[in-house]
Design a protein around this ligand. Sequence first.
Ligand code: DX5
Ligand code: ZN
Length: 215
Amino acid sequence: MFSPSLLGGDFSRAGEELAAIAAAGADYAHFDIMDGSFVPEITFGAKFIEDLRPLSDLVFDVHLMIENPERHVARFIEAGADLITVHAESTKHLWRVLSMIKESGKDAGVALNPGTPVSFIEPVLPIVDYVLVMTVNPGWGGQRFIPQMVDKIQELDSRRLEGGLSYIIGADGGVGRKNIRDLYQNGLDLAVMGTAFFSENDKASFLHELEETVQ
Ligand code: DX5
Ligand code: ZN
């Protein structure tokens, strides 16, 4: 499964970029929310998602790179998010914020920075729908994939099997042709892609090619 990130597209044409994501055959659209504090950049807020929501049936996958996400998740849910991912490092109340998302009937994800081990989120693994492994340091698109993160994906896959858990595993940052096969062989379910997706002219063929590669 693929979740192209609008961060790799042109925000002035966001509606068209969203349509291009759907036309290419992706199931998810990834929205990168940055607050200038948890990460240096600032992107956009809930209104951006709210305005795009009526244009698309894609699953809106909202990646919150913000401090204290418990203050903001309700607003993102109201705006139309289907899956909300918070960073394990961004809150003292990880269990609470994940529960807030679940209680609203939406899917809850937890993201790990490259320096954060899987053991840090072990207590919440039974209550999450999604674990997002950052394969770059969050904050910018177009960075180089950190190969050591493949081990983290493998560890999450093993824990899922051992614990009879059902979360899906995602990778975000520098994902593309060069690493997709290795990622899927180690347990990946959902590839987030910004630059790799939007730099292709024929986006449908690109996703089709990747699907063939990971069969
Ligand atoms: C990075 C974001 C990513 C970004 C990935 O902080 O979380 O979702 O869009 O972009 P690429 O695929 O260009 O690394
Ligand atoms: Zn992201």
